[in-house]
Design a protein around this ligand. Sequence first.
Ligand code: ADP
Ligand code: ASP
Ligand code: MG
Length: 490
Amino acid sequence: MKKLLQVMKFGGTSVGDAECIARVARIVADAAVRHSVVVVVSAMSGVTNRLIQAAVRCETGDQSESQTLAEQLRAQHESALRALISNEVKRAALAQTLEQVIAETARLCHGTALLRELTPRTLDAISSAGERLSAPLVAGALVELGLRSEAMNATELIVTDNHHGDAEPLMGPTRDRAEARLRPLLTDGMVPVVTGYIGATREGVLTTLGRGGSDYSATLLGAALGADETIIWTDVDGVMTADPRLVPETRTLPEISYHEAAELAYFGAKVLHPKTLRPVTQAGGTVWIRNSFAPEKSGTKIAPQSRPAPGGVKALTAIRDVTLITVGGPGIVGALDILARTFSTTARARANVLLISQSSSQNDICFVVPSSEAERAIAALRKTFAQELAHQQVEHINVDANVAIVAAVGEKMKGTPGIAGRTFSALGRENINVIAIAQGSSEYNISFVVEAGAMKRAVLVLHKEFGLDRRTPMEENGLAEAAGVEPWPK
Ligand code: ADP
Ligand code: ASP
Ligand code: MG
């Protein structure tokens, strides 16, 4: 009988130290008894941040941080290695693999400091070191449990364009590579451990998929191989009704739909990289979010459809580091091409527009982009509209970085009247000023802009307003089991 294929991704905290990696290995070994398994791993927690910081410091000519980092990486990974691998010969071979990655990273940092130049390509090579260190460790831990396993660099599997730092995968070639490289290993009963976050151009130059991109790596490989399930193992019980760091009474959702999960990810729910659901929306397959520290819990099932929340709103999300840009002035009235030129400019500048709102008199177009992309978007807009600004057809391009987006998400919001009314009345009662509003025609979400300082209050008020702190009757009756969650071996 054909075995079920599972892609399992483990995040940074889940592989944070030897004890965590040993727990991960047990989860994989349990699954591998019945299923074919591909493992995708992140860097050990904190490593990617430290690599990026050191690289940025090197650009100023200061190598001190990169030197300490090399020592820290060696100490951290070798200590895990000692705890995980009992066989001395295997340990020495693995130590050599790790040392190669650390030495190469140190050389790249040195080159950066000498040239005082950090290209996006070099930053990718440096920031990807964490995954190239963690994958061999996890594969080693699996071998220790008697599995046949091998670490694999995703540069051999995920083919991308050359937008370093935020590369777009090319699905056709990725599928071909996954079939050619992974399928034979799976057929042979092996468990490949693939580096998350990383890809390569057709020419083989290493790229990265953006911060938090290992989730995306997992669903990409899941879609490429036609996996039955992709399980994203993290440090919380699943997708919650709101960011648990903002709302103490948050609840784990037993199930959500692809659309709902995609909206939450897009609007900043850190538990999923914004593009995670893209590959599965086309390819199908179930995605699970589960807690690697509590594998007995069923987690959240993400499927094409899910039961709606009684009040329409299923979850809330918020994004802080965003910037509101307003292109406007009375001169815009009737100038039909301004809208088209505004957004073709932001697209060319590769600024990700998260929300758009336009006043009906067409005096103002306002939209929100991540703050890290705002500077290049504004520079590009000022260039595009140089003439109009000079002749005051466009009177201003204003910028406000002190804002946040809050979004309410739920499949059943479509066709449930009064949700927008309840949302804005509740905010009004709390004196929270709403700066801009957007609701897509899909009506899976209502998103709005508030001052950054009011973001947390807005999320708390709406969490209560829509009763998200209360369990639904279906959950009371054990919906998780009804949803077909396999009990996890303890
Ligand atoms: P990993 O390292 O496993 O990829 P992340 O830190 O990227 O984990 O994502 C998990 C974190 O996302 C959680 O610890 C939690 O603080 C945060 N988070 C934000 N919003 C949500 C949400 N709606 N549901 C669950 N977790 C969320
Ligand atoms: N290690 C990468 C990061 O920290 C990718 C990931 O963890 O998903 O962004
Ligand atoms: Mg993550």
